[in-house]
Design a binder for this molecule. Structure first.
Ligand SMILES: [Zn+2]
Length: 206
């Protein structure tokens, strides 16, 4: 494949990628609005945040209590935290909640629900159909698993894009795998990273 064709494919693939991720753009989580009364931190827009991510307020509150190690209580639409916590701390914990319980582990779409299958809570994605047992995400996955240009990775092609290119996922990134077939595990080298899309070439297939 010549360079021209490859660049053409990159453009098409990027367009398709952006279209496919509309649901992710749509989700705008409000920033926590915190005031302090004595030593108590009050998240005034807790209900707005929880409404937006479509989860049980009690579940979110319990998560924050465990993660912050502080007692919390729900007071109508507000959340009371029994200690002074910073805006950044709350924002970070909410984003950790999103990564653990809301965003699909594969395509990162927020259109998911938690289903109990047997004795396991499973995150089911309505966007790509992925199902994964819930696991607590400790760090932002994007910084942990970041495809780097020139490096090699082993990836599994989970879908095929509009231009026939294979697609895989690594952390919060989409890996475009030209020539990759659905279900195939291949070793790729990253050629270019644009935003959260990485374009690769197959160097070995199984
Ligand atoms: Zn998904």
């Amino acid at each position: 494949m010549g360079d021209f064709d490859y660049n053409d494919l990159l453009e098409n693939a990027e367009g398709a990628f952006l279209k496919g991720n509309k649901s992710q753009e749509r989700l705008k989580i409000p920033d926590p609005d915190i005031i302090y009364e004595g030593r108590v931190s009050i998240v005034r827009n807790f209900a707005d945040i929880v409404d937006m991510i479509n989860r049980d307020p009690k579940h979110v509150a319990k998560f924050l209590m465990k993660e912050l190690g502080i007692g919390v209580s729900i007071d109508s639409r507000r959340l009371l935290i029994n200690r002074k916590v910073s805006y950044e701390q709350v924002k970070e914990k909410i984003s950790q909640y999103m990564d653990s319980y809301v965003r699909c582990y594969e395509c990162r779409a927020p259109d998911t629900e938690i289903q109990r299958i047997g004795r396991v809570d499973v995150l089911v994605c309505k966007a790509c159909g992925a199902q994964h047992p819930i696991r607590l995400v400790r760090e932002a996955k994007t910084s942990e698993l970041k495809p780097e240009e020139g490096k090699e990775y082993s990836v599994t092609v989970t879908e095929v894009g509009k231009s026939g290119e294979g697609r895989s996922h690594l952390g919060g990134y989409v890996i475009v795998v030209p020539g990759g077939k659905k279900g195939q595990t291949v070793k790729v080298r990253i050629k270019k990273v644009l935003g959260t899309t990485a374009f690769s070439e197959i160097i070995a297939s199984k």
